[in-house]
Design a protein around this ligand. Structure first.
Ligand code: FES
Length: 345
């Protein structure tokens, strides 16, 4: 997941002055606990929505459009799902899960084992894809990528912003939440590929417009195409969220493949990270606890403050400005230029 928005007049998420990126990382106050599945509903071919409530009965943390939660499966795997219900509802969270036969098994486990009345371990919410204030939005969703856009649309609507959505999918029956979108009339263009062919991105996006923000979530091919169409748009206008890591960023030189020395200053220890081992794994092997989830550089769970050293960023999440600031890194994939880092761990 990434939001390569960079320079914008107001970087606060829409509708919130409090949420955001505290202390140099994306992690804020997070809930970690057990939720009960109040409802499970098929909302498209191979897509189920789950309505969740804290098993303790306590309110769930507030969140903002674009937020996701980690679902920690009994198999040990952790998967991220966008919150797609009403933003102000602290009694319930809703997520939608696409069964991915070629995935790593997390979605299949949820489809096969999660029933109403069952419980799940969750963590979050966290927001790597915040909706920023604008007078006009263009939303592009592909398949299950509609999920983070649903609360964004509600928020844009409430803010009286101008917006429209281009929603693509393989077939109409594979596209979730169509009934919820019907009420928006011509603002929503539903374009199943078997009826309409490829999405007309050029026609939908039009020319670069400084008053418009573009939000896109969907498969890699769609995101790549939207990025290409928005190449001439102002910096920060395009905001994307990925399901999978982009092509691995290659180091500028071969130093990143050399062993690196990582001082964990708060822990008072130093680890050597050999080629082929991630900084995350080396830190874990040293017995220093650190959050992680995707291990692909897309979820932000392992984001860690950098105190010294130059980072070789290889993630798919940080913006170019964040990379240049060199004060944070995703230790599951990124390494070091120069052979040494000091981390706030
Ligand atoms: S664990 Fe997801 S970005 Fe590092």
């Amino acid at each position: 997941m990434t939001s390569p928005s960079a320079t914008a007049p107001d970087t606060r998420p829409l509708g919130s002055a409090a949420a955001g990126t505290p202390s140099g990382t994306r992690r804020g106050t997070e809930f970690e606990g057990t939720v009960t599945v109040l409802a499970r509903q098929a909302v498209a071919d191979d897509v189920v929505s789950l309505e969740l409530a804290a098993s303790s009965g306590e309110p769930l943390p507030v969140w903002q459009p674009g937020a996701h939660i980690d679902v920690v499966l009994p198999t040990g795997a952790t998967r991220q799902y966008s919150l797609c219900g009403p933003v102000g509802d602290t009694a319930h969270w809703r997520v939608a899960v696409l069964r991915e036969p070629d995935g790593r098994g997390g979605s299949q486990w949820i489809h096969d084992h999660v029933e109403e009345g069952g419980e799940l371990r969750v963590r979050g919410p966290r927001n790597n894809f915040p909706l920023r204030p604008a007078t006009r939005y263009l939303f592009v969703g592909g398949g299950i990528g509609i999920t983070p856009l649903l609360p964004m649309i509600a928020e844009a609507d409430a803010a009286m912003a101008e917006w429209s959505l281009l929603y693509g999918g393989r077939t109409r029956s594979s596209m979730a939440f169509l009934p919820e979108l019907e009420g928006h009339g011509e603002r929503v263009a539903v374009r199943p590929q078997d009826e309409h062919g490829l999405l007309d991105l050029a026609g939908f996006l039009g020319d670069p417009d400084p008053s418009t923000l573009v939000y896109c979530c969907g498969p890699a091919g769609l995101i790549d195409a939207v990025e290409a169409h928005c190449a001439d748009w102002p910096t920060g206008a395009l905001n994307i969220e990925r399901f999978a890591a982009a092509a691995v960023r290659q180091p500028a030189d071969d130093t990143a493949e050399q062993p690196i020395e990582v001082e964990l200053r708060a822990s008072g220890t130093t680890v050597t990270v050999p080629p082929g081992l991630s900084v995350l794994k080396a830190v874990e092997q040293a017995g220093v606890p650190v959050l992680s989830s995707c291990e692909e550089g897309i979820c932000g769970s392992c984001e860690t403050s950098v105190l010294e050293g130059e980072v070789d960023h290889r993630d798919s999440l940080l913006t170019e400005d964040e990379r240049a600031a060199n004060d944070t890194m995703l230790i599951c994939v990124s390494r070091a230029r120069g052979g040494r880092l000091v981390l706030d761990l």
